[in-house]
Every structure is written in structure tokens, then in C-alpha cells.
Write a protein that binds this ligand. Structure first.
Ligand SMILES: *Cc1c(COP(=O)(O)O)cnc(C)c1O
Length: 347
């Protein structure tokens, strides 16, 4: 086959395999569906749409709403079916991509697909940012920085982000702060983006907003950056029915705060319990998941799966040997997880 670019040959697939299990704690989803009344209202609005007509070219109506919500210029907002597509668009546009190691695997995958030069700087002791290393490596291009960080759950300090943002400005690069988990840490880095056009914020409705299935995310950036990203995305990419759902959600955002409040409490409870484990060690988390060091990730994963509990192995990443990642689910699901964890015997 010679139809495709050489760099796409032998590309390894995105590291995810679907496995069925009664207790699904592997994708950092919300354990709650959208509240029923909101779902009904969204269905009514979808029914009123003319399905034969194209949606707005760049979801202008929702852009206006998000711009008002975040006090952001309208031209600086980009809607997309999932923030993963925004990451791909940014990786396509980027002169080069700077990443952390370990980090959210889609950054590296997107850079590889885009054929964009790529470099990753390892995290230091205790999953801290190697600020010196990053300041010297960030000489332009796009730096994807998830904060809170996936897959460790760490929240990096504000001062480090401010320093990296200044570096972005000096180098003419772009710092993309991926805030996928911001509702669980209660943080908001939009003030940094408001004062520095070399900073963009990436947001998703897939986590605290409980909408992983409908695919919706957005970028807050300078009008110049947002314009470039919009040109990379196909026209009319944001579906009208997704827009109808988001309208309802943005008019009634209270439930997402309840999801986040529940998750924070349950996360800290499970962390406390798991800290008593003789062999497993959870890391403190500001997200909706816990990274857990075990003596053997493959064994832990298989043992949990035999009890009907699906978690995600993270041990293939450098520095995460023995690690699994467990999403915070319902109380009874977490009890089942803890029972299985404490029942795990090592020879
Ligand atoms: C879950 C997640 C996303 C969300 O991606 P969507 O395509 O919006 O579902 C983005 N970044 C990180 C780091 C994530 O963990």
C-alpha cells in the first residue's frame, strides 16, 4: 500500500481496548448519566431541529454562550465534537509538539498522526514538573499541559504555569492547558489565558458534565490561535443535536457541580481506605481517578476483572511501573473495588 504518507505506516494504535465488565472504572467517565429532566428537554429541542439542514458552520450560537460565560472574546472560542479533535487540530497546526512523559497519550498520538516533530520531557520526583528542563525545551511550537495531570492526578502549582506561560510568550509558542479535570480540582486557568495570548485552555463536557457519549469540547484561545484551529477543523463539524444538548446543559449547569462534589468526597474516602493497604499505594489526586502503585499491574488488573471490575493499566508508561488507574464510580462500586483490592493475595 503506497497511498498514504510514509510516517503513517506502522503507527501503533491508540492504547485502548474495549473490555466488558459490570463495574466500569476504566475511562474516567461520570458514574451518573445526565439528569432525566435535562435529557427530556434536550430530546424535545433535538426534535424541533430541522434535521435536513446543516448546522452553523462553527457553532456560532454556542460560541456566543461560552464567550459570555467565560468573559472571553467570541472569536477566541472553538467548539468541537470532543476535545480530542481539538488536540489533533492543534497538533496538525503546530510547528512542533512538546509533551510531558508520562501524559495523556492522545497528545503523542496526535503529533505522530500529524507528522509533527515531537519531544517529551519526563516528570521529576513525585510527578513534579521539571521546570528547568521544560523552560529550555519550550522553544516554540505547542506544549500540551494537562492540569490537573493525567494519568497521575497531580495538580501542578500556579507559579510553574505562570513561568511556562511567560516562556511561551518569549518563544512565540503556545501553552495549551488541558483542563479536562478542572471541576474536580476547582481550578480555573482562564485568567492566565486572558492576559497572555500564548496560552489556550482546553475544556471538555466528557467528565464532570457526564457527557462522554455525546462528544463535546471547546478551546478558549486568542482570536488568532482560534482562527487557525477553526481552519484545520472541517466546516460544519459540530453537530446540531450535540448543540441542542449543550444549550440545555449550559442553562442548567448545577448538576455538574453536584457530580464534582460527590466525586471529590468519594475520591478522598477511597484514597484514605486504600492508604491502609499493605501493598498497594494510591497517589493523592485532584481528579476523578486514582493512580495506584501495585506490585504487579497485570496481576492486579486481571484479579479485579475476575471480580467484575474493570480498571486501566498504566504500567506501560515510563515511571508508572506497577500502576493501575481507577475511576471514581458509585459508592457500591468503590466498595466492591476496595474489597477486591484488599482480598488480593501475593505469594
Ligand atoms: C478525558 C480527557 C479529555 C477529554 O477528551 P474528549 O475528547 O473531550 O472526550 C481531554 N484531555 C484529557 C487529559 C482527558 O483525560
Amino acid at each position: 500500500m503506497r497511498a498514504f504518507k510514509a510516517h503513517l505506516r506502522g503507527l501503533s494504535p491508540y492504547p485502548y481496548a474495549r473490555v466488558e465488565a459490570p463495574i466500569k472504572l476504566d475511562q474516567n467517565e461520570s458514574p451518573f448519566d445526565l439528569p432525566h429532566a435535562l435529557k427530556e428537554e434536550a430530546l424535545r429541542r433535538m426534535a424541533r431541529l430541522p434535521w435536513n439542514r446543516y448546522p452553523e458552520i462553527h457553532a456560532e450560537g454556542l460560541r456566543r454562550r461560552l464567550a459570555a460565560l467565560w468573559d472571553w472574546p467570541e472569536e477566541g472560542v472553538v467548539l468541537s465534537p470532543g476535545s480530542n479533535l481539538l488536540i489533533l487540530a492543534l497538533a496538525v497546526a503546530a510547528e512542533r509538539v512538546l509533551d510531558l512523559s508520562p501524559s495523556f497519550p492522545h497528545y503523542a498520538h496526535a503529533a505522530r498522526v500529524a507528522g509533527t516533530p515531537y519531544r517529551a520531557v519526563p516528570l521529576g520526583e513525585g510527578f513534579a514538573l521539571d521546570l528547568e528542563g521544560l523552560l529550555s525545551a519550550f522553544t516554540g511550537g505547542v506544549f500540551f499541559l494537562p492540569n490537573p495531570h493525567a494519568p497521575t492526578g497531580v495538580l501542578f502549582p500556579r507559579e510553574a504555569l505562570w513561568a511556562l506561560a511567560e516562556r511561551a510568550r518569549e518563544a512565540g509558542g503556545l501553552l495549551v492547558v488541558d483542563e479536562a479535570y478542572r471541576e474536580f480540582s476547582g481550578t480555573d486557568f482562564s485568567p492566565l489565558g486572558r492576559e497572555n495570548p500564548h496560552v489556550a485552555l482546553l475544556r471538555t463536557f466528557s467528565k464532570a458534565f457526564s457527557l462522554g457519549g455525546i462528544r463535546a469540547g471547546y478551546l478558549l484561545a486568542s482570536p488568532e490561535v482560534a482562527g487557525a484551529v477553526r481552519e484545520v477543523l472541517p466546516p460544519f463539524a459540530f453537530p446540531a443535536h450535540t448543540g441542542a444538548i449543550l444549550e440545555v446543559v449550559l442553562e442548567n449547569p448545577g448538576y455538574a457541580e453536584e457530580v464534582a462534589a460527590y466525586v471529590r468526597l468519594e475520591r478522598d474516602r477511597v484514597y484514605g481506605r486504600l492508604s491502609q493497604h499493605p501493598l498497594w499505594r494510591p497517589y493523592p489526586s485532584r481528579t476523578n481517578f486514582l493512580l495506584v502503585r501495585t506490585p504487579d499491574a497485570e496481576g492486579a488488573h486481571a484479579h479485579l476483572l475476575r471480580q467484575g471490575i474493570l480498571v486501566r493499566r498504566q504500567d506501560r508508561y515510563p515511571g508508572l511501573e506497577g500502576c493501575i488507574r481507577v475511576t471514581i464510580g458509585l459508592g457500591e462500586e468503590m466498595e466492591a473495588f476496595l474489597r477486591a483490592a484488599f482480598a488480593m493475595a501475593y505469594a
